[in-house]
Design a protein around this ligand. Structure first.
Ligand SMILES: [Zn+2]
Length: 206
């Protein structure tokens, strides 16, 4: 019951915006009156003998880390789940949310789960992955609309320190969420850190 709390607050707010939301967490999102939030379900591969550890969502403030899949745009979300489970031996897909270029939103894990997506940062961050390879093209407007709605709502609902690119982590050589995608998200003010003046390694000081 407690696990579903974070998504419930966010989904309640953004479900009226015309965004298609697919629930791949494997659990219902339970409302405070005990009824379930109606979302289309999507089956994502999980390792049933493993589980991501949990955190108390509103206890500490979190970063939002933006990724891209560095794949073709029509790459199936479950193929990524299979890669993370079978290829990396993880409990399930590494991201909390994934966004297709048409703006469809997939919930991969509950926000209370400490998943694997940004080495050394996972306990204090939420991972959102844009499906596509944004080294070579910009992110489409529909995906930007969903990402903006999602991150705006997370900033209102949760304790969020700022929004970073995976590539801001000095310990990665990845361009994630892509050279063009990163520039675009900074320009749009979606990647933002109210505590520092410049982007890059300063994001990772605390
Ligand atoms: Zn990444």
């Amino acid at each position: 019951m407690k696990k579903a709390r974070g998504w419930l607050l966010i989904i309640t707010a953004i479900s009226g915006l015309g965004i298609s939301i697919f629930n791949g967490t494997g659990e219902e999102i339970i409302k405070s009156d005990g009824t379930t939030f109606e979302l289309e379900k999507v089956a994502l591969k999980k390792n049933i003998s493993k589980e991501y550890s949990s955190r108390e969502l509103l206890k500490d403030s979190l970063w939002i880390d933006i990724h891209c899949s560095a794949t073709v745009e029509d790459y199936k979300v479950n193929n990524m789940a299979i890669w993370h489970v079978d290829g990396h031996n993880w409990p399930g897909i590494g991201y909390h949310a994934l966004i297709r270029n048409n703006g469809d939103l997939y919930l991969g894990n509950h926000l209370e789960q400490i998943t694997y997506h940004n080495s050394g940062q996972n306990s204090k961050s939420i991972g959102i992955c844009l499906i596509g390879d944004f080294d070579y093209k910009e992110i489409d407007d529909d995906a930007i609309k969903t990402l903006k709605a999602l991150t705006d709502e997370m900033c209102l609902t949760l304790k969020i320190k700022g929004i970073r690119g995976h590539c801001d982590n000095p310990n990665t050589s990845k361009t994630c969420p892509g050279t063009l995608g990163y520039k675009q998200l900074v320009k749009l003010g979606i990647i933002t850190n109210p505590n520092v003046k410049k982007f890059g390694k300063d994001f990772y000081k605390d």
